[in-house]
Design a protein around this ligand. Sequence first.
Ligand code: CAA
Length: 248
Amino acid sequence: MSEQKVALVTGALGGIGSEICRQLVTAGYKIIATVVPREEDREKQWLKDEGFTESDVRFVLTNLNEHEAATAAIQEAIDAEGRVDVLVNNAGITRDATFKKMSYTQWSEVIETNLKTLFTVTQPVFNKMLEQKSGRIVNISSVNGLKGQFGQANYSATKAGIIGFSKALAQEGARSNICVNVVAPGYTATPMVTAMREEVIKSIEAQIPLQRLAAPTEIAAAVMYLVSDHAAYVTGETLSINGGLYMH
Ligand code: CAA
C-alpha cells in the first residue's frame, strides 16, 4: 500500500468541491474525482486553474446515475490507487420550485443525484475501508435538510436523508474504525447560491445572524477537521456551518 493518503470526492469541480480538493491536496492527499463525462473538457482547465498536477488528481469519468458502470469505474480507481482513506460525498443539485408547481422530473432528478448515487459511490469505498479497518466519510448535507426551505421540498428531503444515511453507516462502520459524519453548510458563496434571484439572496442574507454568506473555505475547513486525527472520536455527527441561520 502506497504511503500517500487517497480521498475520493464527488462534485469536485463545483464551488465547495473545488475548495475541498484544494485543502485535501495541500494536506498531502491524492484525489480521486468523479466527473460527469460531459465535463471532460473542463478537467484540464480545472487542473490548471487550481495549480494541480496530473499526479494530484485521478479523474473517474462516469455518470453516477448509471449505477453499474459507475460502481465499476470507482472500483477500478480504488484498485489502481490500492487504498482509499477519505470519501467526501459532495455532489448535489437543486431544482427549486414551490411544491405546487414542482414537476416529477424536478423531484426525481434531485433524489437521483443527491441521494440515490450515495449508494453507488459509497458501497465500493466503504467495502475497501472495512478491509483496511479505517476510513473517514464526510457527507455534505445542507442547513435546508435540517430546517426545510420554502421551494425545496425535493432538495430538503434528500439533504435530510443524507443525515439518516450517515447515522446508520456510522453504526456499521464503527467497529472497523470508520467514522461517518455530515457537514451541513448554510448558504455559501458558490454558483448554486448566486444563481438565485437577487432579491431572494438579499432576503436570505437578512435572516443570517452573521449577516453574510459562507466562504467555501469555511465549509472545506469543517471537512478537514472531520478527516483529521482531531476528530478520531467523532462519528454520526452533523456539523453545521451556517452563520447561525439554524441552531439545532
Ligand atoms: N416563506 C413563505 N412564503 C414565501 C417564501 C418563504 N420563504 N418565499 C416566497 N414566498 C411567497 C412569495 O412571497 C410569493 O407570495 P405571493 O404569491 O403572495 O406573492 C409566493 O411565495 C411565491 O414566491 P415566488 O414569487 O418566489 O415564486 P416563484 O415560483 O417565482 O419562485 C422559488 C419559487 C424558485 C422557490 C423561489 O421562491 C426561490 O428561489 N426561493 C429560494 C429557494 C432557496 O432558498 N434555494 C436555495 C438554493 S441554494 C442551496 O440550496 C444551497 C444550500 O444548501 C443552502
